[in-house]
Design a protein around this ligand. Structure first.
Ligand SMILES: N[C@@H](CCC(=O)N[C@@H](CS)C(=O)NCC(=O)O)C(=O)O
Length: 237
């Protein structure tokens, strides 16, 4: 039964997408075999329009022929279908609290850090300040813990995991400083726990050089100073 479910799982993704990485990590933690389908998000396939007609974005998880978009929703679905290695806490209040912080991190930290990547001067300074304020809150909830849920890796670690490997790239590409390990020691320790976790370590990750090249181009395009075509936009892995 479990094998039947596993064989029918597909993930439509884009090599450098932090949203797609959440799903890759969750499937890895659950031990689910799946087919990975790379999408060129700058030259979208008819398949993507068919699977995600509302937003046309990746990730899309396809399970038994049924498509599901949006990384937060996909993670909850994976946790509902495959019970091993639970991602969300079992206690209803703790579950709700994990969702609260996931939403907070996405709305306050991800958006601000992305704005920092794609802007300059006052706008960038404002984005850096907002990112640091959000990190201060995250530091508070990580104090004394190895992972957000305690000793086991879970939902919130996967949602916020991008700060451990993409945030440093964005800081370098946009010459901004958001993360300070001295100011955020608990977050720094969590980053190394997260990156050192076997499921995270073993999962595909683009090289630093590939990410630098991609996000440099992305920053220039979004600032309106570069053509939209990226020669390397489709990578196989
Ligand atoms: N809220 C979505 C965001 C997904 C998203 O923005 N994906 C990007 C790739 S990094 C995408 O497909 N972009 C294509 C587009 O915006 O047209 C999630 O969490 O899954």
């Amino acid at each position: 039964m479990e094998n039947d479910k596993d064989s029918a799982v597909k993930l439509v993704g884009f090599w450098v997408s932090p949203f797609v990485h959440r799903v890759r990590w969750a499937l890895k933690l659950k031990g689910i075999e799946y087919e990975y389908i790379e999408e060129d998000i700058f030259n979208k396939s008819p398949l993507l329009s068919e699977l995600n007609p509302v937003h046309g974005k990746v990730p899309v998880l396809v399970h038994s022929g049924k498509p599901l978009p949006e990384s937060f929703i996909i993670l909850e679905y994976i946790d509902d279908v495959w019970k091993q290695n639970p991602l969300l806490p079992q206690d209803p209040y703790e579950r709700a609290t994990a969702r609260f912080w996931a939403k907070f991190a996405e709305e306050k930290l991800f958006k601000a850090a992305w704005t920092g990547l794609c802007s300059e001067d006052d706008e960038q300074q404002g984005a850096v300040k907002s990112s640091i304020e959000a990190l201060e809150k995250i530091e508070e909830i990580l104090k004394g813990k190895n992972f957000f849920g305690g000793d086991r890796i879970g939902y919130l670690d996967i949602i916020i995991g991008w700060i451990s490997y993409i945030l440093p790239i964005w800081e370098e590409v946009a010459s901004m400083k958001i993360f300070d390990p001295v100011k955020f020691p608990s977050t720094a320790a969590w980053m190394s726990n997260f990156l050192g976790h076997p499921a995270i370590k073993e999962e595909y990750q683009p090289s630093k050089d590939e990410m630098i090249e991609y996000f440099k181009w992305r920053r220039q395009v979004l600032k309106g100073t570069f053509p939209k075509v990226f020669s390397n936009s489709v990578k196989k892995n």
